[in-house]
Design a protein around this ligand. Structure first.
Ligand code: BTN
Length: 259
């Protein structure tokens, strides 16, 4: 049995961060950690405050989808106050931090599917939802919401098992959520603090993308594009080479690989 207590004291004990995770709000069950984090940010919560739940009853995904968040998974939201220049890089920070920690804690190889899904053996183990409030040229707040399928038995969730997996399923044994969370807080802070120094986070994110060079279909709003995922720009958008030779820049969307 792995240590799996998510008490704030266990998470913050000798945590090697300056601010991310130094204040933890823990809930056994709530609708969505992102919603509580948003409310906290609006009330001026200190940067790095983290909202964690053992279970969410109304977890939110990208594109107005719902996110399944039962016991055994990780659901957390980190409050940040970045500059506008760094806001678009948060998808890179968050997905790289998750990929690094999966590798560090479980030894499994993790890859990123543009823009910020994390995959193990080509199936999704983690989804990230970043929500922010921008007024004029300044960011009021940004919330990084991270959901990781850690100790889930896939047979209990047939509705997701064709496209998603869990760390315990891939590893064949339970994984410590506490180790994953502590690693995630340290890695997120390290990458976030590296943003002002230049392009290293962008380059590393680009190198970890499973999508590049592949034939893909991208759904963005009402439009579906087909082509080759050629590259990504430093603002995080995808550069898609379409069959007529044109290069289209896609800021947000959902990618499926075409065989
Ligand atoms: C996606 O892949 O569509 C993104 C899923 C993001 C889920 C996380 S779980 C913690 C946080 N709270 C939420 O309601 N959503 C995010």
């Amino acid at each position: 049995m792995v240590e799996n207590s998510l008490s704030p004291a266990a998470i913050t004990d000798n945590l090697e961060t300056r601010f991310i995770g130094q204040r933890i709000l823990y809930y056994p069950r709530l609708p969505s950690t992102n919603d509580i984090a948003k409310r906290q940010a609006q009330q001026g919560a200190v940067e790095g405050t983290v909202v964690i739940a053992d279970e969410q009853s109304a977890g939110k995904g990208r594109m107005q989808r719902t996110w399944l968040s039962p016991k055994g998974s990780i659901a957390l939201s980190i409050i940040l106050y970045p500059s506008l220049a760094h806001l678009s890089s948060l998808i890179m920070v968050a997905s790289l931090a998750v990929a690094h920690c999966i590798e560090q804690v479980t030894g499994l190889k993790a890859q990123i599917k543009w823009p910020n899904d994390v995959l193990v053996n080509s199936k999704k183990v983690c989804g990230i939802l970043i929500e922010s409030d921008v007024k004029g040229n300044s960011v009021d707040y940004a919330i990084i919401g991270v959901g990781i399928n850690v100790n889930l038995r896939l047979s209990d969730f047939p509705e997701i098992s064709s496209t998603a997996t869990s760390l315990s399923h891939e590893l064949g044994e339970e994984v410590s959520r506490l180790d994953m969370i502590r690693c995630l807080l340290v890695e997120t802070e390290r990458l976030y603090l590296a943003l002002p120094a230049g392009e290293s986070v962008y380059q590393e994110w680009r190198n970890n993308l499973a999508t590049l060079g592949k034939k893909v279909q991208v759904k963005s709003g009402e439009t579906t594009y087909k082509g080759i995922a050629e590259s990504v720009a430093s603002d995080g958008s995808l550069l898609l080479r379409q069959p007529d030779g044109s290069l289209t820049k896609i800021v947000a969307g959902d990618v499926t690989l075409r065989e």
